[in-house]
Design a protein around this ligand. Structure first.
Ligand SMILES: [Fe+2]
Length: 298
Protein backbone atom coordinates (compact mmCIF):
# COMPACT_ATOMS: atom_id res chain seq x y z
CA UNK A 1 0.00 0.00 0.00
CA UNK A 2 1.28 3.43 -0.85
CA UNK A 3 2.24 5.97 1.78
CA UNK A 4 -0.50 8.06 3.33
CA UNK A 5 -0.36 11.69 2.28
CA UNK A 6 -0.48 14.49 4.80
CA UNK A 7 -0.76 18.21 5.39
CA UNK A 8 2.72 18.99 6.67
CA UNK A 9 2.10 22.70 7.28
CA UNK A 10 -0.77 25.14 6.94
CA UNK A 11 -0.69 28.91 6.75
CA UNK A 12 -2.83 31.94 7.12
CA UNK A 13 -0.94 33.95 4.49
CA UNK A 14 -2.66 37.24 3.53
CA UNK A 15 -2.26 38.73 0.08
CA UNK A 16 -2.18 42.55 0.06
CA UNK A 17 -0.33 43.35 -3.19
CA UNK A 18 1.54 46.06 -1.28
CA UNK A 19 3.85 43.52 0.35
CA UNK A 20 4.99 42.12 -2.99
CA UNK A 21 5.42 45.68 -4.25
CA UNK A 22 7.62 46.45 -1.23
CA UNK A 23 9.71 43.29 -1.81
CA UNK A 24 10.71 44.45 -5.32
CA UNK A 25 10.87 41.01 -6.94
CA UNK A 26 11.98 40.97 -10.61
CA UNK A 27 8.51 39.79 -11.71
CA UNK A 28 6.78 42.99 -10.52
CA UNK A 29 7.01 46.11 -12.67
CA UNK A 30 6.53 48.90 -10.07
CA UNK A 31 9.32 49.44 -7.56
CA UNK A 32 9.17 50.57 -3.94
CA UNK A 33 11.61 52.08 -1.47
CA UNK A 34 10.39 50.06 1.50
CA UNK A 35 7.16 49.48 3.43
CA UNK A 36 5.10 47.07 5.57
CA UNK A 37 8.28 45.60 7.07
CA UNK A 38 6.65 43.86 10.04
CA UNK A 39 4.58 41.71 7.71
CA UNK A 40 7.43 41.14 5.29
CA UNK A 41 9.87 40.19 8.03
CA UNK A 42 7.23 37.85 9.41
CA UNK A 43 6.98 36.15 6.02
CA UNK A 44 10.77 35.96 6.00
CA UNK A 45 10.80 34.05 9.30
CA UNK A 46 8.00 31.82 8.01
CA UNK A 47 10.05 30.96 4.91
CA UNK A 48 13.01 30.09 7.12
CA UNK A 49 10.86 27.69 9.14
CA UNK A 50 9.46 26.16 5.97
CA UNK A 51 12.96 25.27 4.82
CA UNK A 52 12.84 22.46 7.37
CA UNK A 53 9.55 21.16 5.97
CA UNK A 54 9.56 18.89 2.94
CA UNK A 55 6.47 19.27 0.74
CA UNK A 56 5.42 18.39 -2.81
CA UNK A 57 2.53 20.75 -3.51
CA UNK A 58 0.90 23.97 -2.29
CA UNK A 59 -2.90 23.90 -2.03
CA UNK A 60 -4.36 27.39 -1.77
CA UNK A 61 -7.85 28.91 -1.49
CA UNK A 62 -8.03 32.54 -2.57
CA UNK A 63 -10.81 35.10 -1.91
CA UNK A 64 -10.06 36.77 -5.25
CA UNK A 65 -11.00 33.89 -7.45
CA UNK A 66 -14.70 34.31 -6.89
CA UNK A 67 -17.15 31.77 -8.28
CA UNK A 68 -20.90 32.01 -7.77
CA UNK A 69 -21.85 28.50 -8.81
CA UNK A 70 -19.83 26.03 -6.81
CA UNK A 71 -16.14 25.69 -6.08
CA UNK A 72 -13.72 25.66 -9.01
CA UNK A 73 -10.21 24.20 -9.27
CA UNK A 74 -7.34 25.20 -11.58
CA UNK A 75 -7.17 22.36 -14.08
CA UNK A 76 -4.44 23.39 -16.55
CA UNK A 77 -0.82 22.39 -15.99
CA UNK A 78 0.89 25.70 -16.75
CA UNK A 79 -0.14 29.35 -16.53
CA UNK A 80 1.99 32.27 -17.62
CA UNK A 81 0.71 35.82 -17.91
CA UNK A 82 0.59 39.28 -16.38
CA UNK A 83 -1.49 39.86 -13.26
CA UNK A 84 -2.60 43.44 -12.63
CA UNK A 85 -4.36 44.35 -9.41
CA UNK A 86 -7.63 46.05 -10.40
CA UNK A 87 -7.53 48.47 -7.43
CA UNK A 88 -3.76 49.01 -7.27
CA UNK A 89 -2.41 48.78 -10.84
CA UNK A 90 0.26 51.24 -9.68
CA UNK A 91 1.62 48.66 -7.21
CA UNK A 92 1.08 45.26 -8.77
CA UNK A 93 1.86 44.30 -12.35
CA UNK A 94 3.29 40.86 -11.81
CA UNK A 95 4.59 38.46 -14.48
CA UNK A 96 3.74 35.02 -13.19
CA UNK A 97 4.76 31.61 -14.44
CA UNK A 98 3.34 28.75 -12.41
CA UNK A 99 2.60 25.05 -12.55
CA UNK A 100 -0.48 23.26 -11.31
CA UNK A 101 -0.68 19.83 -9.70
CA UNK A 102 -3.66 18.82 -11.84
CA UNK A 103 -3.73 15.26 -10.44
CA UNK A 104 -4.23 16.46 -6.91
CA UNK A 105 -6.68 19.17 -8.03
CA UNK A 106 -8.81 16.51 -9.74
CA UNK A 107 -8.68 14.28 -6.67
CA UNK A 108 -9.85 17.07 -4.36
CA UNK A 109 -12.56 18.07 -6.86
CA UNK A 110 -13.83 14.47 -7.06
CA UNK A 111 -13.80 14.11 -3.28
CA UNK A 112 -15.69 17.40 -2.83
CA UNK A 113 -18.22 16.39 -5.49
CA UNK A 114 -18.89 13.06 -3.83
CA UNK A 115 -19.44 14.96 -0.55
CA UNK A 116 -22.31 16.77 -2.28
CA UNK A 117 -20.61 20.06 -3.14
CA UNK A 118 -21.04 21.72 -6.53
CA UNK A 119 -17.63 21.71 -8.25
CA UNK A 120 -15.93 22.38 -11.57
CA UNK A 121 -12.46 21.91 -13.04
CA UNK A 122 -11.29 25.13 -14.72
CA UNK A 123 -9.78 24.07 -18.08
CA UNK A 124 -9.35 27.42 -19.86
CA UNK A 125 -5.63 27.79 -20.72
CA UNK A 126 -6.03 31.58 -21.05
CA UNK A 127 -7.51 31.98 -17.59
CA UNK A 128 -5.83 34.74 -15.57
CA UNK A 129 -4.83 33.49 -12.14
CA UNK A 130 -6.06 35.86 -9.42
CA UNK A 131 -3.65 38.11 -7.54
CA UNK A 132 -4.56 36.66 -4.14
CA UNK A 133 -3.17 33.28 -5.16
CA UNK A 134 -0.10 34.92 -6.67
CA UNK A 135 0.74 37.20 -3.72
CA UNK A 136 0.33 34.53 -1.02
CA UNK A 137 2.30 31.96 -3.03
CA UNK A 138 5.04 34.44 -3.83
CA UNK A 139 5.48 35.56 -0.22
CA UNK A 140 5.52 31.93 0.93
CA UNK A 141 7.70 30.46 -1.80
CA UNK A 142 9.25 33.13 -4.09
CA UNK A 143 11.20 30.45 -5.98
CA UNK A 144 7.93 29.31 -7.65
CA UNK A 145 9.36 25.78 -7.86
CA UNK A 146 6.43 23.91 -6.33
CA UNK A 147 3.21 23.11 -8.20
CA UNK A 148 0.02 24.53 -6.76
CA UNK A 149 -3.62 23.55 -6.51
CA UNK A 150 -5.76 26.69 -6.82
CA UNK A 151 -9.23 26.60 -5.28
CA UNK A 152 -11.86 29.29 -5.83
CA UNK A 153 -13.95 31.04 -3.21
CA UNK A 154 -17.58 30.11 -3.69
CA UNK A 155 -19.44 33.23 -2.68
CA UNK A 156 -22.14 31.50 -0.67
CA UNK A 157 -21.68 34.13 2.04
CA UNK A 158 -22.97 36.73 -0.41
CA UNK A 159 -25.67 34.46 -1.84
CA UNK A 160 -26.91 33.06 1.47
CA UNK A 161 -25.17 33.92 4.74
CA UNK A 162 -21.93 33.21 6.67
CA UNK A 163 -23.39 30.05 8.23
CA UNK A 164 -24.11 28.41 4.87
CA UNK A 165 -20.73 29.51 3.58
CA UNK A 166 -18.98 28.04 6.57
CA UNK A 167 -20.84 24.75 6.40
CA UNK A 168 -19.71 24.35 2.80
CA UNK A 169 -16.15 25.46 3.57
CA UNK A 170 -15.93 22.88 6.34
CA UNK A 171 -17.17 20.13 3.99
CA UNK A 172 -14.59 21.28 1.42
CA UNK A 173 -11.87 21.16 4.09
CA UNK A 174 -12.75 17.56 4.95
CA UNK A 175 -12.73 16.59 1.28
CA UNK A 176 -9.36 18.32 0.82
CA UNK A 177 -7.83 16.41 3.71
CA UNK A 178 -9.22 13.05 2.53
CA UNK A 179 -7.95 13.58 -1.01
CA UNK A 180 -4.49 14.64 0.25
CA UNK A 181 -4.24 11.57 2.47
CA UNK A 182 -5.16 9.32 -0.43
CA UNK A 183 -2.70 11.06 -2.77
CA UNK A 184 0.38 10.07 -0.77
CA UNK A 185 1.65 13.64 -1.16
CA UNK A 186 3.06 16.06 1.40
CA UNK A 187 1.11 19.29 1.15
CA UNK A 188 1.44 22.88 2.32
CA UNK A 189 -2.02 24.43 2.74
CA UNK A 190 -2.62 28.18 2.40
CA UNK A 191 -5.59 30.28 3.41
CA UNK A 192 -5.02 33.51 1.51
CA UNK A 193 -6.87 36.22 3.40
CA UNK A 194 -6.68 39.19 5.74
CA UNK A 195 -8.57 39.26 9.04
CA UNK A 196 -10.39 42.59 9.40
CA UNK A 197 -10.81 44.06 5.97
CA UNK A 198 -12.17 47.58 6.12
CA UNK A 199 -9.67 49.69 4.22
CA UNK A 200 -8.99 53.30 3.43
CA UNK A 201 -10.62 54.73 0.34
CA UNK A 202 -7.70 56.97 -0.58
CA UNK A 203 -4.00 56.32 -1.03
CA UNK A 204 -1.13 58.60 -0.04
CA UNK A 205 1.13 60.05 -2.75
CA UNK A 206 3.91 57.69 -1.68
CA UNK A 207 2.12 54.37 -1.10
CA UNK A 208 4.93 53.07 1.13
CA UNK A 209 4.79 56.13 3.41
CA UNK A 210 4.35 54.27 6.67
CA UNK A 211 3.43 57.39 8.62
CA UNK A 212 -0.03 56.91 7.09
CA UNK A 213 -0.39 53.22 7.90
CA UNK A 214 -2.62 52.13 10.79
CA UNK A 215 -5.69 50.02 11.49
CA UNK A 216 -8.89 51.58 10.13
CA UNK A 217 -10.45 51.72 13.58
CA UNK A 218 -10.03 50.35 17.10
CA UNK A 219 -13.12 48.19 16.76
CA UNK A 220 -11.46 46.25 13.92
CA UNK A 221 -8.28 45.96 15.96
CA UNK A 222 -10.11 44.42 18.92
CA UNK A 223 -11.69 41.82 16.64
CA UNK A 224 -8.32 41.01 15.09
CA UNK A 225 -6.72 40.54 18.50
CA UNK A 226 -9.51 38.23 19.60
CA UNK A 227 -9.23 36.16 16.42
CA UNK A 228 -5.45 35.89 16.71
CA UNK A 229 -5.57 34.83 20.36
CA UNK A 230 -7.96 32.03 19.45
CA UNK A 231 -6.09 30.89 16.38
CA UNK A 232 -2.63 30.85 17.93
CA UNK A 233 -3.76 29.12 21.12
CA UNK A 234 -5.56 26.15 19.62
CA UNK A 235 -9.05 27.55 20.14
CA UNK A 236 -10.01 26.94 16.54
CA UNK A 237 -13.45 25.46 17.26
CA UNK A 238 -14.28 28.61 19.20
CA UNK A 239 -13.03 30.68 16.27
CA UNK A 240 -15.27 28.74 13.89
CA UNK A 241 -18.21 29.47 16.23
CA UNK A 242 -17.60 33.22 16.26
CA UNK A 243 -16.52 33.37 12.60
CA UNK A 244 -19.90 34.56 11.25
CA UNK A 245 -19.99 37.36 13.83
CA UNK A 246 -16.32 38.21 13.24
CA UNK A 247 -16.88 38.35 9.49
CA UNK A 248 -19.84 40.68 9.82
CA UNK A 249 -18.42 43.03 12.47
CA UNK A 250 -14.83 43.18 11.28
CA UNK A 251 -15.82 43.09 7.58
CA UNK A 252 -13.52 40.06 7.59
CA UNK A 253 -12.02 38.61 4.46
CA UNK A 254 -12.96 35.36 6.19
CA UNK A 255 -16.18 35.74 4.14
CA UNK A 256 -14.24 33.88 1.45
CA UNK A 257 -14.38 30.64 3.46
CA UNK A 258 -10.61 30.22 3.13
CA UNK A 259 -9.83 30.13 6.84
CA UNK A 260 -12.79 27.90 7.73
CA UNK A 261 -11.67 25.52 4.96
CA UNK A 262 -8.13 25.46 6.33
CA UNK A 263 -9.19 24.87 9.94
CA UNK A 264 -11.48 22.05 8.83
CA UNK A 265 -8.75 20.47 6.67
CA UNK A 266 -6.52 20.50 9.77
CA UNK A 267 -9.37 18.90 11.71
CA UNK A 268 -9.78 21.85 14.12
CA UNK A 269 -6.28 21.97 15.60
CA UNK A 270 -6.09 22.34 19.38
CA UNK A 271 -2.31 22.79 19.38
CA UNK A 272 -0.65 26.19 19.27
CA UNK A 273 0.12 27.92 16.00
CA UNK A 274 3.10 30.16 15.30
CA UNK A 275 2.24 33.83 14.87
CA UNK A 276 4.82 35.36 12.53
CA UNK A 277 3.41 38.85 12.18
CA UNK A 278 0.44 41.14 12.49
CA UNK A 279 0.37 44.31 10.45
CA UNK A 280 -2.01 46.63 8.70
CA UNK A 281 -2.15 47.38 4.98
CA UNK A 282 -4.22 50.41 3.98
CA UNK A 283 -6.06 49.90 7.25
CA UNK A 284 -6.80 46.15 6.96
CA UNK A 285 -5.62 43.69 9.61
CA UNK A 286 -3.27 40.95 8.45
CA UNK A 287 -1.83 38.05 10.41
CA UNK A 288 0.76 35.55 9.16
CA UNK A 289 0.23 32.31 11.08
CA UNK A 290 1.65 28.81 10.67
CA UNK A 291 0.34 25.43 11.88
CA UNK A 292 2.72 22.51 11.91
CA UNK A 293 0.73 19.33 12.50
CA UNK A 294 2.59 16.23 13.46
CA UNK A 295 0.95 13.44 11.57
CA UNK A 296 2.11 9.86 11.90
CA UNK A 297 2.79 8.22 8.60
CA UNK A 298 3.42 4.51 8.43
FE1 LIG B 1 -8.04 40.60 -0.68
Amino acid sequence: MSKKGQIVAALLAPHPPHIVYAENPPQNEPTAECGWEVLRWGYERLRRDLEAVDYDTIVILSPHWQTYIGTHFLGVEHFKSLSVDPIFPNLFRFHYDLHVDVDLAESIEAEARSAGLVTKMMRNPDFRVDYGTIVSCHMTRPEWDKPIVGISSNRSEAFYNPEVMQEQAIALGRATRDAIERSGKRVLLISSNSLSHRHFTTESDVPEDMSNEHITNHHQYLWDMQAIEMLRNGRTREFIDIMPEFTEHAVGETDSGALSWLISALDFPSYNAELYAYGTVIGTGNAVIGWFPTVEVN
